[in-house]
Design a protein around this ligand. Structure first.
Ligand code: HCA
Ligand code: CU
Length: 380
């Protein structure tokens, strides 16, 4: 997997999430948190969307962040003229190329699209800014149309082309084939944008990198239109396993939790219970067999190390699947003195109780403490 870069779109695609309403103050908070985490680019809503949207782009450009700032515009000269005056480092241009979008959305044919693309790209470049050109709904577009337009914009010096799975229907094999084909026809870098309607967004992003793409669009918690796009946290989980040194040196992984909490609070959602890294049970080990192995060596049942993210693992010992190794660890935490044989006896008592009802930590602790007191009485 090549050296990838992250283009975070929480402040553009993420604004298209049903619950999102971002005040300027909150946009600035999110932009600073993304910058602190280390995203390479921050993509912002088009300055022509509203008066306030334009002020937001200008204000975020003035923050002097390390992340480069992009704004996302339609393939129109009017949008481009406004965008280049806002102070952004680059412009992400998009236009629909599938039959669906050409017929039912903007109604333009490929020769019109090509002319518009050339005009906008040359204009943005003439202002000394980066420019990316992307074909919305790439996976339902004609491959000949895609190759024609991408080779054309490549020749006039576009910085990146974008491939978008706008409806989230692509699978990894299709992604690999399309990106490989396009990569072999252009010299510029490839950016990708994967929606998650069918649950393939992270896998598609990973496969895109394998096929030669370099830039991945993400959002915090994956928020976006419908059920959103590649979530930055889950994507980092994927990438830290594939390229640990690169990812750990480039991104502050211990900021993921704060970043997600910030956005979750602003858009009023909970972190999903099974979220990679930050889901409440992401580092909880329950079955006795797992607990025993984890206590001996955490890598036995963990592909991610919670300490890489500033988190800790948890051994869930208060249940009937528990084992004596997990209970022994708890006995040590309680600072009690029991032999292994005694721990095996008390573990059985805990398992019996766990057959009858759900246990809390306090239940287990009181069973252990009562057992310990009785054993001490027996000795004295
Ligand atoms: C949309 C546009 C877009 C654009 C992606 C891109 C998509 O909201 O419909 O600029 O590459 O998903 O196609 O987000
Ligand atoms: Cu999108």
């Amino acid at each position: 997997v090549p050296r990838f870069e992250v283009i975070d779109s929480t402040l553009r695609e993420g604004e298209q999430f049903a619950n999102a309403f971002f005040t300027l103050e909150n946009k600035i908070k999110i932009a600073k948190a993304l910058d602190d985490f280390g995203v390479d680019y921050i993509e912002l809503t088009s300055p022509v969307a509203s008066d306030q949207a334009r002020e937001e782009v200008e204000a975020i450009c003035k923050l002097g962040l390390k992340s480069k700032i992009l704004t996302h515009i339609r393939c129109h000269m009017h949008d481009a003229r406004v965008a280049v005056e806002t102070g952004v480092d680059g412009v992400n241009v998009f236009i629909g190329t599938s039959n669906f979008l050409r017929q039912h959305s903007h109604g333009k044919d490929m020769s019109f699209i090509t002319k518009a693309a050339i005009e906008v790209i040359e204009f943005v470049k003439s202002k000394g800014l980066e420019v990316r050109f992307s074909t919305e709904d790439s996976f339902r577009s004609d491959i000949v149309d895609l190759l024609n337009i991408y080779t054309t914009v490549d020749k006039i010096g576009v910085n990146r082309i974008g491939i978008a799975d706008t409806v989230g229907g692509a699978n990894p094999r299709q992604v690999y084939e399309l990106i490989r084909t396009i990569k072999s026809s252009v010299g510029c870098e490839i950016e990708t944008h994967f929606h998650n309607d069918t649950g393939c967004a992270i896998a598609n992003a990973y496969t895109a990198l394998e096929a030669g793409a370099k830039y991945i669009d993400t959002c915090v918690l994956g928020i976006g239109e419908r059920n959103g796009i590649v979530p930055i946290g889950g994507f980092m989980a994927r990438m830290v396993v594939s390229a640990p040194e690169y990812v750990k040196s480039k991104y502050k992984l211990n900021k993921i939790r704060d970043l997600e909490n910030l956005v979750a609070e602003i858009v009023q959602v909970n972190i999903p219970f099974n979220n990679p890294i930050t889901g409440f049970c992401a580092f909880t080990h329950k079955a006795g067999i797992h607990a025993k192995a984890i206590l001996a060596n955490p890598s036995t049942y963990e592909i991610l190390n919670p300490t890489d993210f500033g988190l800790t693992r948890y051994i869930h010992f208060a249940n009937r699947l528990t084992g004596w190794n997990a209970i022994k660890a708890r006995v040590e935490q309680l600072n009690l003195d029991l032999t292994d044989d005694q721990i095996k006896v008390v573990t059985n008592q805990i398992k019996q109780m766990g057959d009858v009802r759900p246990l809390g930590i306090e239940d287990v602790d009181s069973i252990i403490k009562a057992f310990h007191a009785k054993e001490k009485d027996n000795i004295s």
